[in-house]
Design a protein around this ligand. Structure first.
Ligand SMILES: [Fe+2]
Ligand SMILES: [Fe+2]
Length: 275
C-alpha cells in the first residue's frame, strides 16, 4: 500500500458560512460539535505525527517504506492545511478554536520535550490506530455522514480514506526501528492506554467548550441525539471497542483490519477537488 499526497482544496471558507459550523451535520449541533472538536486536534496533532516519523526516517533502509513515509508526510500536511480552514470557520462563528488549537500545540511541545523519540513514535502509532478505526466506522457506515453539508461530508470521507491508506506507515517505521520484541510491544500497548485516556478526555472537554460557547446548542434533545449517534446508530464509539482491543495482540498489524476495498472510492472523490 503506497499512500499518495493529494493536494485537495475543499475551499471551506467560501463554501460554508460561519453559522453553518454548528449545523452542518443533520444529527444536530451537538454532533456537529463532536466532529468540530476532533478537527481542533488535527493541525497540531498531524504536525506532531510528521515530526515523530521523520526522526526515524534516516534509519529506514527499505525503499518502499521510504516512499510510504513521503506519502504519509504529504497526506498529513494536506489534512492539517484543510483543517486549519475548518477551524478558522469556528473562530469566525465565535467559537474558541484558536485558543483550543494553541492548547494542543503547547501540550505537544511539552510532550516532545518530556518523552524520548521512541515514545513519541509510540504516541503517533496509538493515535494513528485511533484515527484508522474511527475512519473505518465512517467508511463502513455511510449513515455517519448522510445528509451532512456535502463539502464537510467530502472532507471527512477524504480524510478517512487517506488515514486508511497510510494507517500502517508509522507502525512499520516502529517495527523496523524500535522492533517487535516484548519491550516494543509493552511500550506501544502502554502508550495506547495512556493516549486513549488523555485523548478521549481532551475531546470531551473540547466538545463541552464548543457546546458551551454556542448559544444555539441548548436543550436535552441535542444531548440525547449525540448519545444515540455515538453509542447506538451509527454508534461510532461502540464500534471501535473491539478493533481498539486488537492493538494489544503481539502479532497486531494495522492491515489485519483489511478494509482496503474502500480505497477504490478515493479517485472519484478527490477528482473534483484536485488543484
Ligand atoms: Fe490525517
Ligand atoms: Fe494519519
Amino acid at each position: 500500500m503506497q499512500p499518495v499526497r493529494r493536494d485537495l482544496d475543499f475551499d471551506l471558507p467560501q463554501q460554508l458560512k460561519p453559522e453553518d459550523i454548528g449545523q452542518w451535520h443533520p444529527a444536530g449541533r451537538h454532533v456537529s460539535h463532536f466532529f468540530n472538536a476532533l478537527s481542533l486536534f488535527f493541525p497540531e496533532g498531524e504536525r506532531f505525527f510528521i515530526h515523530s516519523v521523520r526522526h526515524y526516517r534516516g534509519r529506514i533502509t527499505d525503499p518502499a517504506l521510504q516512499q510510504a513515509i513521503t506519502g504519509f508526510i504529504g497526506q498529513e500536511a494536506m489534512h492539517g492545511r484543510e483543517h486549519v480552514d475548518f477551524n478558522n470557520l469556528m473562530d469566525r462563528a465565535g467559537l474558541p478554536a484558536t485558543q483550543l488549537d494553541r492548547f494542543v500545540g503547547r501540550l505537544l511541545e511539552r510532550v516532545k520535550k518530556l518523552i524520548p523519540p521512541s515514545w513519541q513514535l509510540g504516541v503517533t502509532l496509538a493515535l494513528e490506530h485511533f484515527t484508522a478505526i474511527l475512519a473505518n466506522v465512517l467508511l463502513s457506515r455511510p449513515e455517519t455522514l448522510a445528509g451532512a453539508h456535502p463539502r464537510m461530508a467530502d472532507l471527512w470521507r477524504w480524510h478517512a480514506l487517506e488515514e486508511t491508506e497510510h494507517k500502517a506507515v508509522a507502525f512499520d517505521v516502529y517495527d523496523q526501528t524500535i522492533g517487535r520484541g516484548f519491550r516494543a510491544w509493552a511500550l506501544r500497548c502502554f502508550l495506547l492506554l495512556a493516549v486513549t485516556v488523555i485523548f478521549m478526555s481532551l475531546v470531551f472537554v473540547f466538545h463541552l467548550r464548543l457546546i458551551a460557547a454556542d448559544p444555539q446548542a441548548r436543550g436535552l434533545r441535542g444531548w440525547a441525539r449525540l448519545v444515540s449517534f455515538l453509542y447506538l446508530r451509527p454508534g461510532a464509539l461502540r464500534r471501535i471497542v473491539l478493533p481498539w482491543l486488537d492493538y494489544f495482540r503481539p502479532s497486531f498489524h494495522p492491515w489485519m483490519h483489511n478494509n482496503r476495498h474502500y480505497l477504490t472510492q478515493i479517485d472519484e472523490l478527490t477528482a473534483s477537488y484536485q488543484s
